[in-house]
Ligand binder design. Structure first.
Ligand code: G3H
Length: 494
């Protein structure tokens, strides 16, 4: 690694004036415009990200397109080697990047450092798995009326240039989960990072560049969604869009991306069903972890719990008793803080506060929490919530869990299936058979039995239905999604 690499990855304030490769040289954006990255911890400016111009986007996408064929033609074992090297360097910078994440997005120390390690492991797993992606052949005589000898040779090829749009809540991991499969399948990648988390994501891209991905094959384009978002997603030189973010943005991107292949992970409101026979102590712990980890800012976060009034009374009592052991709201830099810190901005906190207040005004009962201090929202538990209330109807993305009373299994399924979201659901029961039967009634991507909703382990399939996503992620599934099949048919001479 050149010495310059180490100095770059040592000062967050210097990195954002970032380089893109214009085909002959590395350049910083000449727009003269930038957006500050403001820490949710103390409103301090962590750094600034340039807002690139549309002309710079044109240049970067031209260069990415030009560089892609040579990258795809690079032997897989060499691409695999580069990707493993990037994973090694991410581990090397774990401490630095973890601290940067804490400042940029207010993630707790454990969660921030955990994100970096998980990212390196994920990248390694991608590189290993890519080596087993193979083509296939088909003969013609299986189909009625066809003789033997017409052979389809089906191989996997790149889409071209993949636009990777990542969210603030996992700016390193959910950027890497797009970059690694895209590169391994031979695509060029243009990363549009979130504003908060954009410095960390830019470091990540720099690591891939320094690990040996050729100039132009991977680039970061920073700027606000309002200025560059529509231009990027509808750009004719973008071949595929991989996006993680909220459902409204996902729907807007899908509308603009026209016929491009899409791989989207969007919002979720992830219900939990508690059957009368569930182990309530274990269930309470999973609910707390699922609802409050990273202050509820996970698309897989638990948003509401469906159970009968009798179980709800017992469960809420156990949740309230367990809450102080598992959650300590505070400054994410403090080792004492557990799960809940500030949400991403004061503006976001005000939206959450409002959703709680309106739900309470409409009849929900505040068991604990509900108050806001700048970007901090107290861990909040509500009962008597109905699905039309704002804490459930829209993804709250804050440390709030709502209990909804139901009378029957059918009512539970009907509430879940009526939602516009369909990411995950959890069922808690001692009877796995009952869990399996009920799981099949739910129109969501994944059902967890006796565990909270979650993406990992990262080689498991991960998908949303309805407004929660398009396509399937998870190591092998992402590699497949980031490529297409190319059949070439050898016809038998007549
Ligand atoms: O926020 C969206 C993430 O994909 C959730 O991942 O379940 O590992 O927190 P997680």
């Amino acid at each position: 690694m050149p010495a310059e690499f180490f100095s770059e990855i040592s000062d967050a304030a210097t990195i954002p004036n970032y380089y893109y490769f214009d085909g002959s040289t590395w350049k910083a954006s000449g727009s003269g415009k930038s957006v500050p990255v403001v820490s949710p911890i103390d409103n301090a400016v962590v750094g600034t990200l340039p807002i690139v111009t549309h002309e710079e986007i044109d240049t970067v996408l031209q260069v990415a397109g030009d560089a892609q064929a040579a990258w795809e033609a690079t032997p897989l074992f060499k691409r695999v080697g580069i990707i493993h090297l990037a994973a090694d360097w991410i581990r090397h910078f774990q401490e630095y990047m973890g601290n940067l994440l804490i400042r940029e997005i207010g993630k707790s120390s454990d969660e921030a450092k955990g994100e970096i390690v998980r990212t390196a492991d994920l990248i390694d797993y991608f590189a290993d798995e890519a080596q087993s992606i193979q083509g296939t052949t088909l003969d013609s005589d299986n189909f009625p009326g066809f003789e033997k000898g017409r052979i389809a040779m089906i191989e996997r090829v790149a889409h071209g240039t993949v636009l990777a749009i990542a969210p603030f809540n996992y700016p390193v991991n959910l950027t890497a989960s797009k970059i690694a499969p895209a590169l391994l399948m031979g695509n060029s990648v243009v990363v549009k990072p979130p504003t908060q988390g954009g410095i960390s994501a830019t470091h990540l891209v720099r690591i891939f560049q320094k690990a040996g991905v050729p100039p132009g094959v991977i680039t970061t384009l920073t700027g606000t969604g309002e200025v560059i978002g529509d231009y990027l997603v509808s750009h004719p030189k973008v071949s595929m869009v991989a996006f993680t973010g909220n459902s409204d943005t996902g729907l807007a991107i899908a509308g603009k991306a026209a016929m491009k292949p899409l791989l989207f992970e969007c919002g979720g409101n992830n219900p939990v069903v508690v059957m009368p026979d569930a182990d309530l102590a274990a269930t309470a712990r999973e609910i707390i972890k699922g609802a409050f980890a990273y202050s509820g800012q996970r698309c897989t976060g638990i948003k509401y719990v469906l159970t009968t009034p009798a179980i709800r009374d017992q469960l809420v009592a156990i949740v309230m008793k367990t809450l102080p052991e598992m959650v300590k709201a505070g400054d994410p830099r403090s080792p004492d803080t557990k799960l809940v810190g500030p949400v991403i901005s004061e503006e976001a906190a005000k939206r959450i506060e409002e959703a709680i207040a309106v739900s309470v005004k409409n009849g929900a009962t505040l068991v604990t929490g509900g108050k806001r201090d700048h970007a901090m929202i107290e861990p909040t538990v509500l009962t008597g919530v109905i699905p039309s209330m704002p804490v459930i109807a829209k993804e709250t993305f804050g440390p709030v869990v709502s209990f909804v009373d139901v009378a029957s299994f059918d009512e539970m399924a009907s509430i879940i299936n009526r939602s516009s979201y369909g990411l995950q659901a959890s069922i808690f029961t001692k009877d796995e058979g009952t869990g399996l039967v009920f799981a099949k009634k739910l129109h969501v991507g994944t059902v967890q039995i006796n565990g909270s909703p979650q993406r990992g382990p990262d080689h498991f399939p991960f998908l949303g239905v309805k407004n929660s996503g398009v396509g399937v992620q998870g190591v092998r599934y992402s590699l497949e999604a980031m490529s297409r099949i190319r059949p070439i048919v050898l016809n038998k001479p007549q």
